[in-house]
Design a protein around this ligand. Structure first.
Ligand SMILES: Cc1cc2nc3c(=O)[nH]c(=O)nc-3n(C[C@H](O)[C@H](O)[C@H](O)COP(=O)(O)OP(=O)(O)OC[C@H]3O[C@@H](n4cnc5c(N)ncnc54)[C@H](O)[C@@H]3O)c2cc1C
Length: 416
């Protein structure tokens, strides 16, 4: 052990944290500075979660929902595989406190000092205090959420009595739309696996805004709406969910209040920043996000990236996406290295107004938006799986990335 080494702590091994730690390693290794600085990556989970595939886990076509390996395969990447062979120490622990004055953090089992701290702790489901939403709604934010939801679906197929399934999804953003589309395909297959074709399934999306995929280009929302309708999914827009009870969802639309019955209620309508930030004495915006400058700095020694950070002075504040978190992670890493190496230039992050994304909607169909071009259908789906390969190659050794990707694609094809 080298007592002279100073710690650079990266808190959270999500999209932003992983990219930040890897990039830091690259710079410090190149400068032969790894004997002076120790990169420590901390996460409460042992696996890095590829959230864009969580809907695949929630709707996986399998008769064996208790088989953890098959449930995890398309989304969970062992963090040890990512840091293996690199001088990045991974600590699997829960961060419970951050002390800015004393420059240390507390975890369930330890206390760690830092020279630089990168906060990349992500977001949580926000129920906006809607009565019953937390109690009756299934969230889809973590792997655990996806597994619980998938297990709930199975209960209908193991009940001897025929119970039709009415799925209500609150929120028609990316998560809600992708999940609705996937359910329309995979649930039919799951029905067959259980020989319960007599069960009918109805899926409804309820959205408070006037369109689904709010804030996305009109071309995308129109194409997505057309696809969902073709799949038989009902869309209710301009409708605010007011309450959830054990059997009904109450929503208000055009000043009319309506109740609809449901068998599964899924809540994908909002996120809020990590609760650890509530106690953190650092400038934050009204949404409790850490205010950073264009260099991703919150203070001289603290950087914040991804869903928990916002640059309020930016012309286009970065939306909370994996793509932005990755970019911000790399910028934070470079600026820490610049400070360490005492360079004169600083690297700034300007979020592009038009950024790439892919929305899969049931079967081998996705809508991809790249450089203002919208590609939909099978080609969009091919782009989706290639984007995943590209991501895996950026964080894992080639053989592991390809192996993981093949496994994932097999699951996706089976679901579709
Ligand atoms: C279902 C779903 C689908 C999505 N699909 C897309 C998509 O298709 N494209 C896209 O660009 N974005 C998508 N997103 C959004 C994307 O996942 C987030 O914007 C992105 O993960 C943010 O990255 P991050 O690094 O800020 O946080 P995260 O990736 O959420 O990582 C935060 C990490 O911090 C850890 N952590 C939290 N609290 C603690 C603690 N107290 N102690 C220790 N560790 C802690 C967590 O375990 C986690 O690993 C999706 C999100 C969801 C939920």
């Amino acid at each position: 052990m080298n007592n002279q080494q100073k710690n650079i702590l990266v808190a959270g091994a999500g999209f932003g944290g992983i990219k930040c730690a890897l990039q830091l390693h690259k710079f410090l290794k190149r400068d032969k500075a790894l004997n002076k600085y120790k990169i420590i990556l901390i996460d409460k989970n042992r696996e890095h979660i590829f959230t864009p595939n969580l809907y695949e886990t929630a709707s996986i076509v399998t008769k064996d929902c208790c088989n953890a390996a098959s449930m995890n395969a398309s989304v969970a990447i062992d963090i040890k595989d990512i840091v293996n062979g690199k001088k990045i120490e991974f600590i699997n622990d829960h961060i419970t406190e951050i002390n800015i004055k004393t420059k240390n953090i507390k975890t369930t089992n330890n206390q760690l000092d830092y020279e630089y701290l990168v906060l990349a702790l992500g977001s949580e489901t926000n129920y906006f205090n809607i009565p019953g939403a937390r109690e009756y709604g299934f969230p889809l934010k973590t792997l655990d959420d996806a597994i619980k939801l998938r297990k709930k679906i199975d209960t209908f197929f193991y009940t001897p009595a025929k119970t039709d399934i009415e799925i209500i999804i609150g929120g028609a953003g990316l998560t809600g739309v992708e999940l609705a589309g996937e359910f329309s395909h995979s649930l039919e297959k799951i029905k067959k696996l259980h020989r319960r074709q007599n069960i009918s399934i109805k899926i409804t999306l309820i959205e408070a805004n006037s369109t689904i995929l709010n804030n996305m280009p009109e071309k995308m929302t129109t194409a997505a709406e057309k696809r969902l309708k073709k799949l038989g999914i009902k869309i209710i827009t301009k409708a605010k969910i007011k309450e959830a009870t054990e059997k009904f969802i109450t929503y208000e639309q055009n000043e009319n209040v309506r109740n609809i019955p449901y068998s599964i209620f899924i809540w994908t309508a909002g996120i809020k920043t990590n609760q650890l930030l509530e106690k953190l004495n650092i400038p934050k915006d009204p949404k409790n996000r850490i205010i950073v400058n264009e260099f991703m700095e919150a203070t001289d020694y603290i950087f914040a990236i991804g869903d928990i950070a916002v640059n309020i002075s930016a012309k286009n504040p970065a939306p909370g996406t994996a793509y932005m978190a990755e970019k911000e992670g790399k910028i934070a890493a470079e600026n820490i290295w610049i400070k360490i190496a005492k360079k004169k230039t600083v690297k700034s992050f300007i979020a592009p107004a038009d950024y790439p994304f892919v929305v899969p909607i049931g079967g081998k169909f996705a809508i991809a938006h790249i450089k203002k071009i919208t590609i939909k259908g099978y080609l969009g789906w091919i782009i989706k799986i290639l984007v995943e390969l590209n991501y895996l190659l950026s964080i894992l050794p080639i053989h592991k990335a390809v192996k993981k990707w093949i496994k994932t694609v097999k699951i996706i094809i089976k679901n579709d």
